[in-house]
Ligand binder design. Structure first.
Ligand code: ATP
Length: 321
């Protein structure tokens, strides 16, 4: 990869034309080197217009993360976090899972995530300047067995963060997608490390749509929405506020478990008492009426077979109305 790609993208972020010559002078390299670095950006899915006589330009201005702004927005708890901003990574979750000795509350955020992951091998789509993708490592004294309900707890933190930024109509789809108007705004992927008895650690991955181009949103195989459609929020501020609320919720989860957050989770639940379809891994499909969640985050659904319990690994939920 070219180490100049991101410094050049920082310049192009203003959305204006920058000539190859001016960029070459600024970075003290040849125009061919600039051209190669721009080509590398294209392999990352970043579209760069190149116009003879005018230079290079992004289709629109983009806003890149500013570490100081993130720390400012976290507020008092900023000292808890170790924030690492990467230009480019395959997956922030995979990267953090591989950092064996990483400190508690390490947050890795990437400008570009090339192989973002969803649950069960699915893909998370993101783009430079149009998505917020980060992972947070949280260490627990308890074992991984006691972490059921964690992914629901994380959903509560995301909703609290959105509400504090003035977005009041976000809801949760069990176990933890964030929806607005029934469309997916953010996804969460949690991977656990450690023993069942403890101690354990969770890598909490979050993907947030900021302002994805229409064709990208439409290419996603389920209804999706981005934050700009709802409200203009600076992504550094968004990340800081998310981390602040994650710190609060994860501390409460560690002290009391999901039970202390359950009633709040139910208030945000998009499909409470609604008819749903559950997609099973073998392709079968069960219909039923959602009847809340248990104290450990298990989904309760009234089906033709009576009240059934589903754990997060078992099904994907879809609304029926
Ligand atoms: P569930 O969490 O209920 O199993 P899910 O299909 O939403 O279902 P996830 O693993 O949470 O699964 O997320 C991956 C899925 O999300 C992808 O298969 C795709 O349908 C969708 N998706 C991928 N990228 C985005 C995005 N940027 N915005 C919204 N949805 C996306």
């Amino acid at each position: 990869m070219s180490s100049l790609t991101f410094p050049i993208l920082q310049v192009l972020a203003d959305g204006n034309f920058h000539s190859g010559e001016a960029l070459a002078q600024q970075f003290k390299v040849t125009r061919a080197t600039i051209w190669n670095a721009v080509k590398h950006a294209e392999t990352l899915g970043v579209e760069v217009f190149s116009v003879r006589g005018r230079g290079y330009k992004l289709p629109q201005a983009i806003e890149l993360l500013d570490k100081n702004e993130v720390l400012k927005a976290i507020g008092e708890q900023r000292a808890w976090f170790k924030l690492e901003v990467l230009d480019e990574v395959a997956s922030t979750n995979t990267y953090l899972m591989q950092q064996k000795g990483a400190a508690h509350a390490t947050c890795v955020v990437a400008h570009v995530q090339t192989h973002g992951k969803g649950r069960r091998g699915r893909t998370w789509i993101s783009q430079l300047g149009a998505s917020l993708t980060f992972s947070l490592l949280w260490r627990f004294q308890c074992g991984a067995a006691a972490l059921s309900g964690l992914s629901l707890a994380v959903g509560v933190a995301l909703i609290r963060a959105l509400m504090s930024l003035g977005v009041n109509n976000a809801q949760l789809k069990w176990p933890n997608d964030v929806l607005v108007d029934g469309k997916k705004l953010a996804g969460i992927l949690i991977e656990l490390q450690g023993d069942l008895e403890g101690p354990s650690a969770a890598v909490i991955g979050v993907g947030f749509n900021l302002n994805l181009p229409k064709n990208v949103l439409e290419s996603i195989d389920q209804p999706a929405i981005d934050l700009t459609t709802i409200k203009q929020i600076n992504q550094s501020e968004l990340l800081g506020v998310l981390l602040k609320h994650l710190a609060d919720v994860l501390s409460s989860f560690e002290a009391h478990g999901f039970i202390g957050l359950r009633n709040e989770w139910l208030r945000y639940h998009a499909y409470e008492n609604k008819p749903v379809r559950m997609l099973l891994p073998d392709g079968r499909d069960v219909q039923g009426m959602v009847k809340g969640v248990a104290d450990d985050g298990i989904l309760l659904v009234e089906t033709a077979l009576g009240l059934q319990r589903f754990s997060a690994g078992e099904i994907s939920l879809r609304g029926l109305e």
